[in-house]
Each structure stands twice: as C-alpha cells, then as structure tokens.
Design a protein around this ligand. Structure first.
Ligand SMILES: [Zn+2]
Length: 118
C-alpha cells in the first residue's frame, strides 16, 4: 500500500469518526425532543419538524459513513480510485475533492441520469 493511500485512509477514518459523533449527537437531540411530550399542537408539530430535519441530516451522514466504509474497503483491496462501474481509474483531482468517490465522472453522471443509487 502506498503512502498516499495511508494518508487518505487516515483522513477517511477521521472523517468517519467525526460523522459518527455527529450522528449520535443528533440521535440524542431527537430523543430529547421526542421525550418533551409538549401538549401544545403548535409545539408538537415544530418538534416533529425538528425531528424530521435531524433525521434527514443523520440519514445523509449515515450515507456518507457508508461511502467512507466502501472507500476504506477499496483501499484494503487495492482498488481505491478505480471506478466500480467501468473499472477505469478515477481522476486524482476528483478523488481529492471527494475522497470516497466510487465512480468516475462519466459513470456517476450516467447513474444519476438513470436515477439509481450513487
Ligand atoms: Zn466509470
């Protein structure tokens, strides 16, 4: 494994750790909101709204954690930076911007056009 991958791995692990903390933080907040049991209808709907927002945020973060897990696995397999769709090398520039990219720009665009999961 090259030193470059070591750095990426370190970076990904750090980001993963930070995300995990944030996700568990939002869950805590969700629970607190849920436990308030406010009788007022207006308050209740705003609590539900906050819960939904928090839930969506943590969904995004969980998705991100999943992306990072895949990237880490790719590093282990020595396939990091290789497009999972076409097997071509993903441009280093793209990997720099989004270190957990699974697809090259072309495949990513195609996948998004088809509306399937990234
Ligand atoms: Zn591709």
């Amino acid at each position: 494994m090259s030193e470059q991958f070591d750095l990426v791995k370190e970076q990904l692990l750090r980001e993963r750790q930070a995300l995990l903390l944030e996700v568990s933080d939002s869950y805590e907040t969700c629970r607190e909101i849920g436990q308030d049991g406010v009788p007022d209808i207006g308050d209740m709907s705003s609590a539900a709204y906050s819960r939904d927002v928090l839930f969506n945020v943590s969904e995004t973060k969980r998705q991100r954690i999943n992306d990072i897990d895949v990237a880490l696995l790719q590093i282990e397999k020595g396939e990091y930076g290789i497009c999972m769709e076409c097997g071509e090398e993903i441009s280093p520039r793209r990997m720099e911007v989004r270190p957990f990219s699974r697809y090259c720009i072309e495949c990513k665009t195609n996948i998004e056009k088809l509306g399937t999961q990234s």
